[in-house]
Each structure stands twice: as structure tokens, then as C-alpha cells.
Design a protein around this ligand. Structure first.
Ligand SMILES: CC(C)(COP(=O)(O)OP(=O)(O)OC[C@H]1O[C@@H](n2cnc3c(N)ncnc32)[C@H](O)[C@@H]1OP(=O)(O)O)[C@@H](O)C(=O)NCCC(=O)NCCS
Length: 138
């Protein structure tokens, strides 16, 4: 899981910031460590031979503005060779079902502007932009 994260996290780096792939991979490690230290749900997609992807969400991380409970999706990734087969969609749908089972009324996460494949997937599933993170090089 950490290995798939390391191999895919570059798609979360925006063009606005100069960062080395190593630094980005380390940030993901820190994020995963943080998530595993909290109450979390990890769903793994697999076939008979191998793991194909996963979604990880926090179930006790309310929205910081409204204070309302939510499933905060930390990361979702699918093995490159298994993409465009609906696995990402099914992972998110499974996370949503698990969130509903836990009486969480919302699902939310952050996505990098340039990550068009992820944005397209989320848009198809009905996610809307709630806030924007702005950045300017100084
Ligand atoms: C984002 C990601 C999880 C999608 O996984 P996936 O299994 O390929 O997604 P799906 O097959 O379920 O795709 C569902 C829909 O999303 C959209 N989509 C997915 N990949 C796309 C791409 N490369 N370009 C355009 N649209 C894309 C399509 O609308 C697709 O439906 P379609 O295939 O019927 O056209 C995968 O690309 C990934 O692991 N990316 C790297 C990690 C990452 O960026 N995670 C998100 C962090 S916020």
C-alpha cells in the first residue's frame, strides 16, 4: 500500500511548487502515518492474484469549518496497469457505503488541480468543489 502510494503520489504535486519526488513521497508517508494513528477505514481492491488499489479514509475527522461529521478520504490509488476498469470508482463507492453505515453524512477530500483523472472520477461520482487552496510563488 505504501509502495503504491509512493509510485503514484506525484500526481498530487501541483506545478506551482518545486518539490523533489523524494520530498513528496516522504510527505505521503507522513500523511499515512498520521492517518493510521487515527480512527480510519482502509478498503483494498484485489483480484485472485494481487492487490490492485485502495482507499483510506478517516471516520472521526469532522469538517473543520462546519464541525459536521464526515468521511475524510486521505488517499485513493489504483495500480497503473489496472486503471480505467472502474476500480477507482468502486473503491470510492465502497468507501461511501461504509461511511453511510457509520452514519457519516458527508464524504470529502482534497485533490490537486492538475490531477484531471482523479477530478473527472470525483465529478462523475457527484463531488462538488467546496473550497479552494490558493498559492502564489513569492
Ligand atoms: C484517480 C485513480 C484512482 C482513478 O482510478 P481508476 O481505477 O483508473 O478509475 P476508474 O476506472 O474507476 O475511472 C472512472 C472514471 O474516472 C475518469 N477517469 C479515470 N482516469 C482518467 C484519465 N486518465 N483521464 C480522464 N478521465 C479519467 C473517467 O471518467 C472514468 O470513467 P470511464 O473510464 O468510464 O471514462 C487513478 O488514476 C490513480 O490511482 N491515480 C494516481 C493516484 C491519485 O491521483 N489519487 C487521487 C489522489 S486525490
Amino acid at each position: 500500500m505504501r509502495d503504491l502510494g509512493r509510485r503514484t503520489v506525484a500526481s498530487s504535486l501541483s506545478a506551482l511548487r518545486d518539490a523533489s519526488p523524494d520530498t513528496v513521497a516522504t510527505s505521503l508517508e507522513r500523511l499515512l502515518d498520521f492517518a493510521f494513528g487515527q480512527s480510519h477505514v482502509l478498503l483494498v481492491a484485489e483480484d485472485a492474484l494481487e492487490r490492485l488499489g485502495y482507499v483510506l479514509f478517516l471516520d472521526r475527522m469532522p469538517d473543520e469549518v462546519s464541525g459536521l461529521a464526515q468521511a475524510f478520504i486521505v488517499y485513493v490509488a489504483v495500480e497503473p496497469h489496472a486503471r480505467r476498469r472502474g476500480i477507482g470508482r468502486r473503491l470510492i463507492e465502497a468507501a461511501e457505503a461504509e461511511a453511510r453505515r457509520r452514519d457519516l453524512p458527508y464524504a470529502s477530500f482534497m485533490v490537486t488541480e492538475e490531477n484531471l483523472s482523479a477530478r473527472e472520477l470525483y465529478a462523475q461520482l457527484g463531488y462538488q468543489t467546496e473550497r479552494r487552496q490558493l498559492c502564489k510563488r513569492l
